[in-house]
Design a protein around this ligand. Structure first.
Ligand code: NI
Length: 256
């Protein structure tokens, strides 16, 4: 079965896992039905890479920002640098940023850098891509306080938390996790989320769906999550891909 209109709302093609065949792969994705990819930076170096790929590939876009795992030793002028990068026509969002309490990066520093990037997204009126890992309480305190135009990526919360995210105006993206056997939360969220608030993502090269779990992920493999979610929703797979691609373009303000 071949599909079109696959929009991957969140990926990391700068990752070294793609070093040996990145160009070959990125050239091949549109042939596999991929119509859009937003490469999310985790620091300034990966932001530059994301922009480089976006200049090379028409369907490719960049989000620029600092991931909470990459903020030890963050440059003092990082916000100015990110703001400067957002002037590029293919930069569509600030991100990914957020809170990650799985690792032991100091929470105070994480919160400061998250808050600064939220405020930058509000100042620049740009979408914000939020990473929330084992930090729902604090992440949602920030979302409630500042109400950014945000995508909570790889959403791992409950249905109740999803409802609150939607109430705050956020979008939610889901990926390979919905194909995992133990993914009760993701499956419930996929079943219940208002369909106009759902985006699909890979988080490639990570989070590969069953039957590729543990292997390298790429945007064409989104169809395994799409098939699962379409079944849960009683939609056709192509119909779901069409809707979620529209949602992604609306969220990222992509008009082509
Ligand atoms: Ni990511």
């Amino acid at each position: 079965m071949s599909y079109k209109n696959i929009f991957d709302a969140h990926a990391h093609y700068d990752d070294s896992w793609f070093d040996e065949d990145r160009d070959e792969l990125l050239v091949s994705l549109p042939e596999k039905g991929v119509c859009g990819v937003v490469n999310n930076a985790v620091d300034l170096k990966t932001a530059a890479k994301a922009i480089e790929f976006a200049e090379k590939y028409g369907y490719f876009y960049a989000a620029v920002g600092y991931h909470p795992e990459n903020i030890i030793g963050i440059p003092d002028d990082y916000l100015e640098k990110i703001a400067e990068l957002t002037k590029h026509p293919k930069v569509v969002a600030i991100g990914e940023t957020g809170l990650d309490y799985h690792w032991d990066t100091p929470k105070d520093l994480q919160k400061r850098v998250f808050e600064e990037q939220i405020k930058l997204s509000l100042d620049l009126k740009m979408p914000l891509v939020v990473h929330d890992r084992e930090a729902h309480g604090d992440t949602f305190d920030f979302l409630r306080k500042f109400k950014p135009n945000a995508l909570v990526h790889c959403f791992s919360g409950s249905v109740e938390l999803m409802r609150e995210a939607v109430k705050l105006g956020c979008y939610v993206s889901l990926g390979g996790v919905v194909t995992f056997k133990n993914a009760r939360h993701s499956i419930d969220v996929a079943s219940e989320i208002p369909i106009d608030k759902l985006l699909l993502e890979t988080d490639a090269p990570y989070m590969a769906p069953v039957p590729f779990r543990g292997k390298r992920n790429d945007s064409s493999k989104i169809i395994f999550a799409a098939e699962k979610i379409a079944t849960l929703r009683g939609l056709g797979v192509q119909e779901l891909l069409d809707i979620t691609a529209e949602n992604a373009k609306r969220f990222y303000n992509i008009n082509d």
